[in-house]
Design a protein around this ligand. Structure first.
Ligand SMILES: NC(=O)c1ccc[n+]([C@@H]2O[C@H](COP(=O)([O-])OP(=O)(O)OC[C@H]3O[C@@H](n4cnc5c(N)ncnc54)[C@H](OP(=O)(O)O)[C@@H]3O)[C@@H](O)[C@H]2O)c1
Length: 321
């Protein structure tokens, strides 16, 4: 029988990519929270999905008993640092308490649990960061993710904590991520200001999802083996191979689109007031993941693949009209 993988936050940016990739090998169950039911059904067509507030312990326990997953990938979160800074109690409940509850319930059931954390647990002054680098978050989001990491490891030593880098790609949930906005602006011939001094090790949503599924037991062959997670356990960085700014990504995109480089306008994050403090360079050293089989292609190839797919989808839609 095909095992069930539960993906929390299936309507989110990373959740959508993870669901799409997981469906090839798993039976997927996905959760959403505030997304309207009809939108969730459109986004998660063919997936066993349900609305849940993950901060409600009893609901989560009942859901796990009903779905009986063989592994859980927890991508649900309040992932906007500015929102977290302004809503500290909600951030604590969702990013820390709900994560800890889920880890505990997975531990009781001995099911692999993969928690998605962030490169923002670091302050950006000593990159690149390996898994054992001391934590030094600059904002509340990073602080709560750091608290959640420790709480998960204390509660369930076999859990895997994947620190995700900046993610890029398209989203169909109505919230337009920076990369998608960049494509729209550039293709309309409008310039866009982009941070030139904030460095990260980005990967596309698709590459990130492949990494999470590798960890959750999909392996590199056709089989699904949730026991594979036992060779991972603990902290794992799923960053890309290049340390790069959004501005440099913009230049690469313009080159691929055959548009003038002037459309990307460099700015400093230090010149833009922000609610949550920003880190200069939170590039991750992900050699541990690379040794396990995680293999992100060059950024340029990842950007090119997204642009090609988007163009193909647009052509298919236009032909349908
Ligand atoms: N995006 C990035 O660049 C990035 C970088 C580093 C780390 N990460 C980490 O990667 C993970 C995914 O991030 P993302 O960008 O995909 O986030 P996202 O797009 O904001 O999606 C968050 C998901 O969590 C769900 N959710 C929020 N509150 C919930 C609650 N109380 N109960 C149940 N579900 C709830 C949302 O459901 P509804 O939409 O239905 O309300 C949504 O599906 C997070 O752990 C984040 O910290 C992301």
């Amino acid at each position: 029988m095909v095992p069930t993988l539960l993906i929390t936050g299936a309507t989110g940016f990373l959740g959508q990519y993870t669901v799409a990739a997981a469906r090839k090998r798993w039976r997927v169950a996905g959760t959403f929270h505030r997304t309207r039911r009809e939108d969730a059904e459109r986004l998660l067509a063919g997936v066993d999905s349900g609305r849940i507030d993950l901060t409600d312990f009893r609901d989560v326990r009942e859901m796990l008993d009903a779905v009986r997953p063989k592994a859980v990938i927890h991508t649900a979160a309040l992932a906007d640092p500015n929102y977290c800074e302004q809503h500290p109690d909600e951030s604590l409940r969702v990013n820390v308490q709900a994560t800890l509850n889920l880890a505990g319930l997975c531990s009781d059931r001995e099911i692999p649990f993969v928690f998605t954390s962030t490169d923002l647990v670091f302050d950006g002054s000593r990159a690149p960061y390996a898994e054992d680098a001391p934590l030094s978050p600059l904002n509340l989001y990073g602080e709560h993710k750091a608290l959640a990491e420790q709480a998960v490891l204390d509660r369930y030593a076999e859990a895997v904590i994947c620190r995700m880098p900046l993610l890029f790609g398209f989203s169909a949930n109505g919230r337009v991520p920076f990369f998608q906005r960049m494509v729209g602006e550039f293709q309309s011939g409008r310039p866009m200001t982009l941070f030139a001094d904030e460095l990260r090790t980005p990967v596309s949503g698709a590459v990130a999802a492949a990494g999470l599924l590798l960890v959750a037991g999909s392996g590199l062959d056709e089989s699904v083996n949730p026991k594979e997670i036992e060779r991972v356990r603990g902290l794992l960085h799923l960053g890309g191979r290049e340390s790069i700014s959004r501005y440099e990504m913009g230049l690469q995109m313009l080159d691929l689109l055959g548009l003038p480089p002037e459309l990307a306008q460099p700015i400093s994050f230090r010149d833009v007031p922000a609610v949550a403090a920003r880190a200069a360079n939170v590039s991750l050293d992900s050699s541990r993941a690379y040794a396990l089989g995680f293999d992100p292609p060059p950024i340029r190839n990842q950007i090119e693949r997204i642009l090609r797919r988007t163009a193909e989808e647009k052509t298919a839609t236009d032909e349908h009209r």
